[in-house]
Structures are given as C-alpha cells and as structure tokens.
Ligand binder design. Structure first.
Ligand SMILES: Cc1cc2nc3c(=O)[nH]c(=O)nc-3n(C[C@H](O)[C@H](O)[C@H](O)COP(=O)(O)OP(=O)(O)OC[C@H]3O[C@@H](n4cnc5c(N)ncnc54)[C@H](O)[C@@H]3O)c2cc1C
Length: 417
C-alpha cells in the first residue's frame, strides 16, 4: 500500500487526476470482476467494517471525499473529478454501502446546514472511514407527512429531552450518528415547530431494534427514545428551523436515490443484486435471445435505462444553473423508482418460471429481488408524494388541500381526537 498524503490542488486537470487515480487504484484497492462483484450484505456488521476499511484506504491514498471541502477533510474538487474517479474505480471493490444514506444524504445535509463543529467533526470522521451517519425521520404513524412528526424534544434545565419513536431507519444499527427530526414547539403550525438534531446513537435513552423484511433482510431499524438527553450542540440549523434542514435532506435524498449525487465514494462496481438486471445475458442464459418478444421486452428496459442516464445529467445541470428549482431532483427520483420496477419486472418476465426455482443457475435471485422491487417507490418519500412535488413545485399546479395548513399543531385533529 502506498501511504501518501497527496495534496490535491485545483491546478490538476480532470484527466491528470483520473490518471493518478487509475495508477493508485491498481496498486492499492482490491480488484474485482465487475461482472461478478462481491456482495456487501447491508444487514451484516462485517460488511460495514469492511466498507470502513476500504474508506480508510481511500483516505490514506488521498481519494476520499472528493467533492467535500478541504476544511472538512475532503478534496474540495468539482463533481467532474468525482465522475472521473467513478469511471476509474469500476474494477475495484469500493465502500459503496457508505454512500447512501451516510455520505450522499447525511454528510451532504450537514455540509449545508450543520454548525462549524458538526461539519468539522462528523463529515471528516465519515471521510476518514471512522463513522457512519443515518437518518431518523419516519415515524410509526406515517412517513409521507414528514412535517407531522410527533417525536418530541422538550427543553429542561438547559438540555433537550427526547421522547418518541422512529422507524425504517436504513442501516441505523451500523451508524454512529443520526439526523433526527423532532417537535420542539406544538403551538405553531406543523412546519414551524420542528428542530433537527444530530443524535449519537450509543446514548442512554435509545432502544434500537432491527426490522425483518419480506425478503429476509434486516437492514432497517426502529428506535425508541425514552428521555434521551441532548445538548444544544446537537441542534442542526436553528431551533424550530428543522423544516429547512429536513427539506435540504430530502433534496439530497432525491438526488442520491436517482444516482445524481457527487458525494459518494465511487459508484462503479455496484452490488450485483442492486445493479440493473442483465436482460440480454438472461435471455441468452434461458435460450430466448432470438425470441422477438423477449428482444422487445429487453429493448424497452434498455431504452429507459439510457433515458435515465441522460435525465440525471440534464436535471443535475438544470438544478445547478437554476433553470429548475432544487426540487427538480424529484424527477430523477421518480424516474428511478419507475425504471427499477420495470427492470425487475422485465427480468422476471424473461426468466419466467425458472426465476422462482432454485436450480443452481442463480435465477432465484430475480424473484427474491422482485419482493423488494417497490422500495425505490417508498424510500426518500413515495412516488405519489414525488408526483405531488413535481405538480406543485415544478409545474406550478395549485397546492393539495391540507386541513392542517396554518393551524397550530396542538389544535390539529389526529387519529380519533
Ligand atoms: C428502501 C427504504 C429506505 C428508507 N430509509 C429510511 C430512512 O433511512 N430513514 C427514515 O426515516 N425513513 C426511511 N424510509 C421510510 C420512508 O421514508 C417511508 O416509507 C415513506 O416516507 C412513506 O411513509 P410510510 O411508509 O409511513 O407511508 P405513509 O406515509 O403511511 O403512506 C401510505 C400511502 O399513502 C400515500 N400517501 C400519503 N400521503 C399522500 C398524499 N398527500 N398524496 C398522495 N398519496 C399519499 C403514500 O404514497 C403511500 O402510498 C425508507 C423506506 C424505504 C422503502
């Protein structure tokens, strides 16, 4: 391993950076078969330890946090450098499970909204491969109405006391800190009484449990807060200004989910089960490559995959130059969800009954993946909510009726009240 502290200045061109990355990767990172990459099981602690080791290696080599500012441990480079690096790292094992939500959503949000101390300490620890971040937003009573959270943070003797529950927290069991939205003022309309906290997950007062999914995974967690105590240094942004922070978090999530974030640690060689299915290979493996119906199915999926790639480019550029509002990332997010379902459905249609039989050919993975085909339509807000955002914030349609708009939260009717 070459342990060099490379000083990366903006004088290095993207091509020079890519060439240097190519040479360093070849010498320092584990090479993989990109057609059959290792699978990091997100529900297993060992996968996270492995990812942190890989991230440490990137950091030692001077290729970690490419688009994060230098003062918080990154390289402070333009997204073009990250893109070039992503291309170079395709044949190497990368700490991909650290990307979402830790880097692309949580660290990116802290960068926008966190205090100087939070940015300096938490972002740099993540870039060094020492810490993982997660998000604690959804609650058992519903996630779409995020501004309606009822986990409470009450001020007592100079500290914040948290009581409530969160759920569906992706990989929280492996995380060190979570961005948690709580209600700090019940006397104002729902969006105005929220505060975002950065919660150390090993604090007393937190009980965490794993959730078992239909496909057998246990990556999601639920957390119960019983008198958790936090100081003012845990507040992200302003007290009662949590909605602005949450909005920024959702902005980063929409971009990240669709693959449009520049804050990941490589995104080339993905976990096989998370990669778009290889429809052509599947058609060949099942002896149907010459069947016009199968060619038509595979062609439809492939065409949309190409459109998605161009959509990411187009929307990212439009949001950056201001021709689309920041919510424009929702377009990527929605298209990503729809194409994921189409890709998985197409794979199962091609595999047919062979996709549900464990005959050692590996086709059973297709039906197991089918069980979670809709996660992309839920995570980061549902597709229905994405359509609402596109209608109201991008196309300028009238806002949906809301009985609680402008009403102090403690006067809003909830449940049977
Ligand atoms: C892969 C994945 C990862 C996730 N990771 C996290 C995480 O890390 N942290 C976290 O906090 N949460 C996470 N979630 C939870 C996710 O944010 C919620 O599932 C999502 O916001 C929807 O909330 P809900 O499941 O409570 O559904 P509900 O809000 O109860 O909605 C139920 C149904 O009603 C529809 N609906 C609700 N309101 C409207 C409306 N106004 N207009 C039209 N339709 C509406 C919804 O679209 C949905 O179909 C994750 C979920 C998934 C699947």
């Amino acid at each position: 391993m070459t342990d060099t502290a490379i000083s990366t200045g903006t004088t290095e061109s993207v091509d020079e950076f890519a060439a240097r990355a190519r040479a360093w990767l070849a010498e320092n990172m584990p090479r993989i078969d990109p057609g059959d990459p290792p699978f990091a099981v997100r529900a297993e602690g060992a996968s996270w330890e492995r990812a942190k080791e890989l991230q440490k290696q990137l950091h030692r080599g001077g290729f970690a946090g490419i688009c994060f500012p230098r003062e918080y441990g990154g390289l402070g480079l333009d997204p073009a450098y990250q893109k070039a690096f992503d291309k170079e790292c395709r044949d190497y094992e990368m700490p991909l499970i650290l990307n979402t939500p830790s880097f692309t959503i949580c660290a990116a949000t802290l960068l926008d909204e966190g205090s100087e101390e939070q940015k300096r300490d938490r972002i740099s620890a993540a870039i060094r491969g020492e810490e993982v971040l997660c998000q604690l937003l959804s609650e058992p009573n519903g996630g779409s109405d995020l501004a309606g959270v009822i986990t409470r943070a009450d001020r007592r003797d100079g500290t914040w006391i948290i009581n409530g529950a969160k759920t569906w927290s992706t990989s929280a069991f492996a995380a060190d800190y979570g961005l948690m939205l709580a209600r700090t003022d019940w006397t104002v309309p729902k969006h105005e009484g929220l505060t975002m906290f950065l919660v150390p997950l090993d604090s007393p007062g937190i009980t965490m449990r794993r959730i078992k999914e239909v496909n057998g995974n246990e990556e999601f967690c639920e957390e119960f807060f019983d008198g958790l105590e936090l100081g003012d240094d845990a507040v992200v942004g302003e007290v009662n200004g949590g909605w602005a922070v949450a909005s920024r978090q959702l902005f980063h999530e929409r971009r990240a989910v669709g693959g449009g974030s520049e804050f990941g640690s490589g995104n080339g060689a993905e976990n096989a089960q998370e990669m778009p299915p290889d429809h052509v290979g599947l058609a060949e493996a099942t002896g149907q490559a010459d069947d016009p119906r199968i060619q038509d199915l595979a062609g439809r999926a492939l065409a949309r995959r190409i459109v998605k790639e161009q959509l990411i480019e187009h929307v990212s550029r439009a949001v950056t130059d201001g021709s689309l509002p920041p919510t424009g990332g929702t377009l990527i997010r929605l298209f990503h969800a729809e194409i994921t379902e189409l890709e998985v459905d197409t794979a199962l249609a091609i595999a047919g009954t062979a996709g549900v039989i464990d005959d050692g050919a590996g086709l059973l993975d297709i039906s197991v993946r089918y069980l979670s085909r809709q996660t992309g339509s839920l995570g980061g807000g549902t597709s229905e909510m994405a359509r609402n955002v596109i209608g109201e914030r991008i196309l300028g349609f009238p806002r949906e009726f809301a009985a609680d708009r402008g009403v102090p939260f403690n006067q809003v009717k909830r449940g049977k009240s």
